[in-house]
Design a protein. Sequence first.
Lengths: 216, 216, 216, 216
Amino acid sequence: MKIADKHEKIIQSSIKVFARNGFFNSRIAEIAKEANVADGTIYLYFNNKYDILVTIFEEEIGKIIARVKQELALIESPAEKLERFAALHLSLVEDNRDLAEIIQVELRQSSKFMKEYRNKKFAEYVNIISQIVRHGQELGVFKADVMPGIFKRAFFGALDEMSRFWVLSSRKKYSVSTAAKQISDFFINGVLISSGPDKESTGKENTNQGSKNIAK
Amino acid sequence: MKIADKHEKIIQSSIKVFARNGFFNSRIAEIAKEANVADGTIYLYFNNKYDILVTIFEEEIGKIIARVKQELALIESPAEKLERFAALHLSLVEDNRDLAEIIQVELRQSSKFMKEYRNKKFAEYVNIISQIVRHGQELGVFKADVMPGIFKRAFFGALDEMSRFWVLSSRKKYSVSTAAKQISDFFINGVLISSGPDKESTGKENTNQGSKNIAK
Amino acid sequence: MKIADKHEKIIQSSIKVFARNGFFNSRIAEIAKEANVADGTIYLYFNNKYDILVTIFEEEIGKIIARVKQELALIESPAEKLERFAALHLSLVEDNRDLAEIIQVELRQSSKFMKEYRNKKFAEYVNIISQIVRHGQELGVFKADVMPGIFKRAFFGALDEMSRFWVLSSRKKYSVSTAAKQISDFFINGVLISSGPDKESTGKENTNQGSKNIAK
Amino acid sequence: MKIADKHEKIIQSSIKVFARNGFFNSRIAEIAKEANVADGTIYLYFNNKYDILVTIFEEEIGKIIARVKQELALIESPAEKLERFAALHLSLVEDNRDLAEIIQVELRQSSKFMKEYRNKKFAEYVNIISQIVRHGQELGVFKADVMPGIFKRAFFGALDEMSRFWVLSSRKKYSVSTAAKQISDFFINGVLISSGPDKESTGKENTNQGSKNIAK
DNA sequence: GATGAATGAGTCTTCATTCAT
DNA sequence: GATGAATGAAGACTCATTCAT
């Protein structure tokens, strides 16, 4: 097994174990067993238990950010970007449940160090949202009085709480796409400059399923 | 000191200590010192360390739920209720920072036990939101296709993430009322059945290519 | 058992265990067993394993220095003081074999910290010797060209090496008093200003109880 | 690199590392790095860590003993031999500081094994001293009542303690030759049968720098 | 009830040693 | 012979919990 493999194996095993027990209730011995290596081997690749957690954030969130940015680059419309972000976020959570659970749980740990991480990698992720908002405002399609700093937190928070529901409950009540659609609609309606279709709707358009659909 | 007093003292000290260090990094000895009692005394009032955390949730969240329900009962309009909920939630967080931090951090711990709690007391709190939505839908002022189960999570999540920002950062960038207003506006716009022209809309606009096209 | 007793018990047990195995080969668990306390109890009285060693030096060497100073204060003659010092040193070693072994072994450890200790408590002890020499020189009975700084080390070293022999070998080849007498004689002859005929000198002088007596 | 070279390289690196950290605080990995070999390579030349230490004693002390014996063989006078031994010992220490520190520190370790070594190689070295004394007594120039077994320890101890001072302190207060001279003088005065100057000292002579000079 | 000294199970981490390459 | 990644036994230390006073 190549070195990179073993590093990766320990990371993946840690994600599994941390997700199962939480960081504090996870034992190095359990990670080692899960990764099929000796306890000591872990310390050839990481400085200590905490370092594993930090590395998970660094590497895995990094991958996700790259992935999201790449996908969003293909889209022009800010509103559509928001919707895509929502769908992407939730589907990433679904595909990486263990990682999602760790991020949800441990990212809130109040250690000094974690707080800092929250301020780096994590901020980068959330700022994707505020950049979309600012872009929309510059284009004149998003309300100017919306504060991007608040919007980004609200939007992310909504998705995040939904994810938590996903992660914690074994069975899903709503599909990813339904949830993504509803949530992004809430927010898009909230920021879009109401353009009027509703008001002068003459009757022939069936556009009144609402701004929601229009918003796309 | 009466028994009730000592119980309360330990709870309040625990809130302070847990908020400072997180549950796992808090020591019984530190709580005891903060409460001015002996280590052993704590075990006269609680079964174990974890029991203290559970009790905090039981008692303190209970108080908050009662408070919020009471306040909302005075309001009729569902939209207004949402706005009031947002303002109330954020101001409660501001007034109970330590408690808020504990709830934010420890509520996510993935222990089996915590997950159950999340499903009891916490669900009760979040369901206040979905009840407002359902009420609004019954009254015909909220869109019928909004799923209350999704809305409640999104709305709570938005507020919660905003709170986290509050709790973690020492200085506030936005006032509680500004944040509450912006967030509730996002959501209210999202669920309200557009009853007519937007307030800024002046009438003649040709914007009806539609937000659809523009937005994309 | 009173607190002071437990502190003392741990110290005495540590002396026994350290002497038996050396510091590095001694286990906290072994000390705890020897002292009839739990492993954790040791950490109520000492910060860590090393702290025990340091405390042994601080407290036990302190006692010895006090004892030696007290005894020497009763003697006037510098030469006699040296002889008494030698006898006292060796008998102290004999009465505190374990402590002596620890001091001999661990005092040489090259940790930064230990080196410092050597320079404090230990220096105080050895300086008793150089003070005697200086006093003898002031009185005009010791050669002026003897360097007290060298003498003290040589004298102490001679006794110390003899002690090591004591400590390491199970059976003694020489009695304490014999060894003390021989060693102090070597040095006293070396520093005394030869005041007259040696003891073999056939003269009539009654100084022939020997240089030792003369020195008094 | 020839085998012998690698063996020697590891020994020299070990001397450096052991002197720097002490045996117990030295890591095989550090020695390997210092010697520019792989960790595992060390085990091709030595059975285990301890074996390296033992080999250092065996080989290095052996070299020193041979060197000292050779030098002393050139001298006739027992007194002069003692003085030469002192000077040689101290200058050897000065030229081999690291080795000297290891011997000083680790030779005192109380492991069973070390004790045995002390009784073999080391005894051989110290016995050089007692042989000189016995020779002096046979020649009738050293006092018959001096016990060689005590003398050798005292003499070696004096030099050894002086060496320790050398090794531990970065700057030297006394020169090697000064120290060697003073120390050997102490002892030579102590054992020499006062041959005359003193005995028939008429009172005025300044010969009492004395036995020192005579002793040569 | 209140205390806080004592307990000892539990775990991270180190590092000498091995062995497949 | 040489390597150095891997091993896993070992131990210092922590801290929730107990219980004699």
